[in-house]
Design a protein around this ligand. Structure first.
Ligand code: ZN
Length: 387
């Protein structure tokens, strides 16, 4: 029997939902470069854009669709023939057709109830299928929809030839136990594959996505750095590493690519990556506390869960208010400091870190230690001359 963990398929929507983040606007070249980098990083499917946005967007989607990528390239459509026609013009073979699933959104967006929405979904999926497209359907605001309405829409999707459902927590209202339960219930109501699309308004998008996978979803919708509307989406790097780290599932994402991918998307988006951002932040493998540094130097496993080498990174010892002699010796071992210089240098470095409210860079800390060593050596030499 195959004991390997179930495979999770990753759909990256950095170029569609990610670009909806306030103020983010990728150029044609940036979108193409991001698409290539996502493909190289092992992403299964890219949501490349929204044809309804016009000719430029259609041209960009077309360039991505014809870039010779190994991943699937899809376009995002509303339940409108003109949107599907735009996707066909862009040359994609796969579309995500989105319909509202909650009563409030069906009413506000379509002025329709559940049965009319289901009928509309059947018509548009059939229209796209007749034109040779593979169709995934997205249920917007699924988390505020009734199970009955979701099941109704799921039947309409399956009967008209869709291959997958997207459960979208559009407003980020779920918590992990609710996400697990909602997906478990939906997977009992349909035999179509389920994708989970989570938003991070409560800081729970990653947790909700993992819970949805446990509940039966086999596709995760993500964006690099969680870029997206409001608080953003489930971050690709967090989902890929969490899936690998917990071992319950497997993806084809190349973990070693995530750091560079995040840096280039941040650059294109004009956004800085938080220093402590999980998986890709600058400081996530930095250690300052004396207790941690000394444990780490004895055996890295003492303070390491995630292996930095998997991400092409290394542990870094930084010197600051919480540093001890172990940290100082780790960065100044070659300076041959005597105990008095060490103690004075450490006190000075800690005081400096406190005054400036930041870690002292390693070369600066070394200069401080060398200066104290010189002072102490000079004083000793003096005391020998003038006993
Ligand atoms: Zn979204």
């Amino acid at each position: 029997m195959d004991s390997s963990p179930p495979r999770i398929f990753v759909n990256d929507t950095t170029l569609r939902d990610g670009e909806q983040a306030p103020g983010v606007a990728f150029s044609f070249d940036e979108k193409l470069a991001i698409a290539r980098a996502l493909d190289a990083a092992g992403i299964d499917e890219i949501e490349a854009g929204t044809p309804a946005m016009g000719r430029d967007e259609v041209n960009t989607i077309a360039a991505i669709a014809h870039a010779g990528l190994s991943c699937a390239v899809m376009a995002w459509c509303r339940a409108l023939q003109s949107d599907v026609d735009g996707a066909i013009a862009a040359g994609v073979r796969r579309v995500n057709i989105s319909v509202p699933a909650s009563c409030i959104q069906m009413h506000v967006k379509l002025n329709a109830g559940p049965s009319e929405t289901a009928a509309r979904l059947r018509r548009i999926v059939a229209y796209a299928r007749e034109r040779g497209l593979e169709v995934a359907v997205g249920f917007e605001d699924s988390s505020r929809a009734t199970p009955h309405d979701l099941a109704l829409l799921a039947r309409a999707a399956r009967d008209s030839g869709a291959f997958r459902l997207r459960y979208a927590d559009t407003l980020g209202v779920l918590e992990p136990f609710g996400a697990f339960e909602a997906i478990r219930r939906l997977s009992e109501a349909t035999n179509l594959a389920i994708e989970f699309h989570g938003h991070d308004d409560l800081g729970l998008a990653t947790a909700n996505t993992l819970a949805a996978l446990r509940g039966g979803a086999r596709h995760a919708s993500v964006t690099v750095l969680g870029l997206g509307e409001r608080a953003g989406n489930a971050p690709l790097e967090e989902i890929a590493v969490a899936v690998a780290q917990t071992g319950q599932f497997a993806t084809h994402v190349k973990i070693a690519d995530l750091n560079d991918l995040a840096a280039s998307v941040a650059d294109c988006a004009g956004r800085a990556i938080g220093e402590a951002k999980a998986i890709v932040g600058r400081d996530i493998f930095s250690h300052e506390s004396g207790v941690h540094v000394s444990g780490l130097l004895k055996d890295a496993r003492a303070y390491q869960a995630l292996d930095p080498a998997a991400l092409g990174r290394r542990h870094a010892i930084v010197i600051g208010k919480h540093s001890g002699l172990a940290a100082l010796r780790a960065i100044c071992g070659d300076l041959d400091l005597d105990p008095e210089s060490e103690a004075m240098a450490l006190a000075e470095i800690r005081a400096l870190a406190q005054r400036t409210k930041r870690a002292v860079p390693v070369d600066h800390a070394r200069r401080i230690a060398s200066a104290f060593q010189e002072i102490i050596s000079a004083r000793r030499a003096d005391s020998r001359v003038w006993p």
